[in-house]
Design a protein around this ligand. Structure first.
Ligand SMILES: [Zn+2]
Length: 221
């Protein structure tokens, strides 16, 4: 009888242990037990446009682009950290940009104060892994449009965006992109009064991209 009780206890412990591990796998931010283990080294790099450098675009009433980018970038970082990711928020010309290695990198800017509406996401022209970066751009465009209701404004993408300095400085192994989250003119209400919707769109895009990464690619660091 004693032996049977011991065996039953063992069985219960085994089942509980198995359930715990399954729970870990299900709830891990980047999917799978490897995501849990890899999340420690896996860093998401966010650049708050113009931070510690200049004001960026300025509206006639004094609203500065840098106020918006710092606010939104910090909100995105908070959302990602809550989901278990390690996040670094970098200023415009951070020395850490040189050879920056992470699971993904995104620079966040806003467009000028003109009366237009829409957002843009661009990767570098000479991306090391174009397929991966195209997927990053596609995922961000989908999730950002979904969360904010803004349309993709392809006609105002400039060569400056494609040759953005930070994307040339980070490690070629780090998939990177730049997002212009909307115009300070036409999208002002969204950017200043609904910042959580803006942040949700960006965070959702990054998480969706990382979840779709093949195993190993997200823990290469
Ligand atoms: Zn800017």
């Amino acid at each position: 009888m004693k032996k049977l009780a011991r065996m039953l206890t063992m069985l219960v412990l085994l089942v509980l242990g198995a359930l715990f591990i399954v729970g870990l796998i299900d709830s891990s931010p980047s999917g799978g037990i490897w995501g849990v283990l890899g999340a420690r080294q896996a860093t998401i790099g966010l650049l708050a446009g113009h931070w510690q450098f200049d004001s960026g675009a300025v509206c006639p009433d004094g609203l500065q682009e840098v106020e918006i980018t710092v606010d939104i970038t910090n909100r995105v970082a908070r959302r990602l950290r809550r989901q278990g990711y390690r996040v670094v928020v970098l200023p415009e010309y951070a020395p850490e940009l040189d050879g920056f290695r992470g699971v993904v990198f995104l620079a966040i800017h806003a467009d000028s104060c003109v009366d237009l509406s829409g957002f843009k996401v661009v990767r570098m022209t000479q991306a090391a892994d174009r397929e991966q970066e195209d997927r990053l751009v596609e995922t961000l465009v989908r999730e950002y449009a979904d969360a904010t209701g803004l349309r993709f404004h392809a006609d105002t993408i400039t060569e400056d965006m494609r040759q953005y300095h930070a994307l040339r400085r980070i490690s070629p192994q780090t998939p990177g992109a730049i997002i212009e989250i909307g115009f300070m003119g036409g999208d002002r209400q969204l950017l200043t009064e609904e910042p959580e919707r803006v942040a949700a769109g960006i965070a959702n895009g990054l998480v969706a991209f990382l979840r779709g990464q093949p195993l190993g690619a997200s823990i290469h660091d």
